[in-house]
Design a protein around this ligand. Structure first.
Ligand code: SF4
Length: 470
C-alpha cells in the first residue's frame, strides 16, 4: 500500500491559493496509481506537522509541490514532517521525500505545453519567468535549468529567462528577445499574488495577449496549474520508490472512524452529516465538494482555521455512494477522527507549545519570545474560538484532562504560530487597539480591526491580575 502525500504552502489569507493543489490531489487520486493521495500544508490543514498522523500505509512518498529547492524544501518541510532525508524509517513505515516538482526535467514538458497551448510556434520566443531572489541562488539556477532544457529541444526561435526580483528583469524582455511574439510562461505553482497581480501590473499587460509597438506578448497561466503537473509528480514518486523499494509486509490499519453524534459544529445522523442550523441545502456525497463548501463562512469570509467556530450553515450531505462518516468529517475537520481515535488508544503524539515555538525559524523564530501570559491569552482567545481542545498545554491540562468527545489538538497550529509572531511584537513595542472590524480577514493579524488581534491586544495591554506572571 503506497500513500502519496503532496506537501505545499497554502495560505491564511487567500481561500483560492491551495485550490490547484487540491485539484492536483484529486487528479492523482483519479489515476489510481497510488492507494491513497492526501495533502499536507504549511499554512492550512491538514498541517505539515500532523498530516502523517493519518497515514497508516507502510510505504509513503512525500512530494514537495514547490518550484525550487530552497528554505521550505530544505528546512521547513523536513523539520515539520520529521523527515531525515530521502528516506525516513519510522514506526514500521518507510517515508520517502523527493525533490520538489519544479526541479524535475519533466517540468520542461509542461512549460512547452503551456506555450504551445497559447499558440507558440517555431518563429516565437519563449520566456521562462521566475521569481528569483538575491538570497538563494538555487532558485535562479532552476529557472535557468528549465529554460536550458526547453532551448535544447530547438522548438522555438529563442528561449531564455526573466525574473521578478533579479537580473535579467522582466521589464527588459522586449529588448532582449528579437522574435515578434514572446510567450511568457510563469514558473510558479499557483495563480497567486505574483502571477495574478504584480506581474500583469508591472508589465502593464492587457490580458493573455498584449500588443506593444508591433510585437505581441502572450502571458500564459503558471506551470503549477497545468494538468500535466500530475505526470511530474508521478515520475518523482516512481523514481523515489525505485530508489527505496516498497516494504513487503503490510501492518493492519487500526483506525476506527465511528463518529459520535456531535463533533464540533457537525451533527452526524444515521444516513447524513449536517452542518450547523436547519439543513436546507443537500450537497453531493463527495469530500471535495464538502471541503469547498466549508472554506468560506456564511458572510463569504475565508476560514483558514478548519476548527474555527462559524462553519457555514444550512448544508447537509448524504452518507451514501461510498461516502463514510469518517471521510465526510475529514473534509470539514482534517485529522479530527484520527486524533480522537489515537487519543482513545493512548497513542496520540502530543507536542508541547514550547517545542513548537522553539523549532520555528526565519521570520517566525522570535515566537519563542512570547511570554507565558501571552501564551495563555492566545490559547484563550484563539483556541477558545476553535472546536479543537489543546492537548498541548505545557502548564496545566494534559490530554487526560480533555472531555471524551472533545477533538484533541495535539500541537499548536500554524494560525497559532502566526498570531504568536505578532503578539511578540505587541508585547515588545506596545500596540494601539482599534475597533474590531468583522470584514478584516480571520488571520490578518497585522491588520488593525482584525477581531482576534484587537481582543489579544486588549488583553495584553490590560494590567496583569495580581500574582499572575507576565
Ligand atoms: S492551536 Fe488552538 S486554534 Fe489552532 S487548531 Fe489547536 S486548538 Fe485550534
Amino acid at each position: 500500500m503506497t500513500h502519496l502525500v503532496l506537501a505545499g504552502h497554502g495560505s491564511h489569507l487567500n481561500a483560492d491559493s491551495s485550490e490547484p493543489f487540491h485539484r492536483l490531489a484529486a487528479a492523482l487520486r483519479a489515476r489510481g496509481e497510488f492507494d491513497a493521495v492526501t495533502v499536507a500544508l504549511w499554512k492550512e490543514e491538514p498541517s505539515l506537522a500532523r498530516a502523517l498522523d493519518a497515514v497508516t500505509d507502510p510505504d509513503v512518498v512525500v512530494v514537495p509541490v514547490f518550484i525550487s529547492t530552497g528554505y521550505f524544501t530544505r528546512t521547513v518541510l523536513p523539520r515539520e514532517m520529521r523527515l531525515d532525508g530521502p528516506l525516513t524509517v519510522r514506526g514500521g513505515q518507510r517515508i520517502r521525500y523527493t525533490a520538489p516538482v519544479g526541479t524535475h526535467p519533466r517540468l520542461a514538458d509542461v512549460i512547452v505545453e503551456r506555450a504551445r497551448e497559447a499558440g507558440a510556434g517555431p518563429a516565437d520566443a519563449l520566456v521562462v519567468l521566475g521569481h528569483g531572489t538575491r538570497r538563494d541562488s538555487s532558485s535562479e539556477k532552476n529557472v535557468y535549468a528549465m529554460a536550458d532544457l526547453v532551448a535544447r529541444r530547438r522548438i522555438f526561435a529563442e528561449c531564455g529567462v526573466a525574473f521578478i526580483d533579479q537580473e535579467p528583469g522582466m521589464l527588459t524582455m522586449l529588448d532582449r528577445f528579437r522574435a515578434p511574439r514572446l510567450f511568457v510562461v510563469p514558473l510558479f505553482i499557483a495563480e497567486g499574488w505574483h502571477v495574478g497581480e504584480t506581474i500583469p501590473a508591472d508589465l502593464a499587460l492587457d490580458g493573455p495577449e498584449t500588443r506593444r509597438g508591433g510585437r505581441i506578448v502572450h502571458y500564459t497561466p503558471p506551470v503549477g496549474t497545468h494538468p500535466a503537473l500530475a505526470d511530474v509528480v508521478c515520475e518523482l514518486a516512481r523514481e523515489s520508490l525505485a530508489a527505496h523499494p516498497p516494504t513487503p509486509h503490510l501492518p493492519p490499519s487500526t483506525l476506527n472512524l465511528e463518529p459520535p453524534a456531535f463533533l464540533g459544529e457537525l451533527r452526524i445522523e444515521a444516513d447524513r452529516l449536517c452542518g450547523p442550523g436547519e439543513p436546507r441545502e443537500a450537497l453531493p456525497p463527495d469530500p471535495e465538494t464538502i471541503r469547498r463548501r466549508v472554506r468560506l463562512d456564511d458572510a463569504g469570509r475565508y476560514r483558514p482555521l478548519s476548527g474555527a467556530r462559524g462553519l457555514p450553515s444550512g448544508w447537509w450531505v448524504p452518507l451514501r455512494d461510498g461516502l463514510t462518516p469518517g471521510a465526510a468529517i475529514e473534509a470539514v475537520y482534517p485529522l479530527a477522527t484520527v486524533h480522537l481515535q489515537q487519543q482513545r488508544e493512548g497513542t496520540l503524539r502530543i507536542v508541547p507549545l514550547d517545542e513548537v515555538l522553539d523549532r520555528q525559524s526565519g521570520r517566525y523564530e522570535e515566537t519563542r519570545l512570547l511570554s507565558q501570559r501571552g501564551r495563555r491569552i492566545l490559547r484563550e482567545l484563539l483556541c477558545g474560538r476553535c472546536v479543537r481542545t489543546p492537548a498541548w498545554d505545557d502548564s496545566s491540562s494534559g490530554s487526560a484532562a480533555l472531555p471524551a468527545a472533545a477533538i484533541p489538538c495535539p500541537e499548536a497550529c500554524s494560525v497559532f504560530v502566526a498570531l504568536a509572531r505578532e503578539a511578540v511584537a505587541w508585547e515588545r513595542e506596545g500596540a494601539e487597539p482599534s475597533p474590531p472590524d468583522p470584514s478584516v480577514p480571520f488571520a490578518a493579524f497585522e491588520e488593525p480591526g482584525n477581531e482576534i488581534r484587537e481582543a489579544v491586544i486588549a488583553a495584553l495591554m490590560a494590567p496583569a491580575p495580581p500574582g499572575v506572571p507576565r
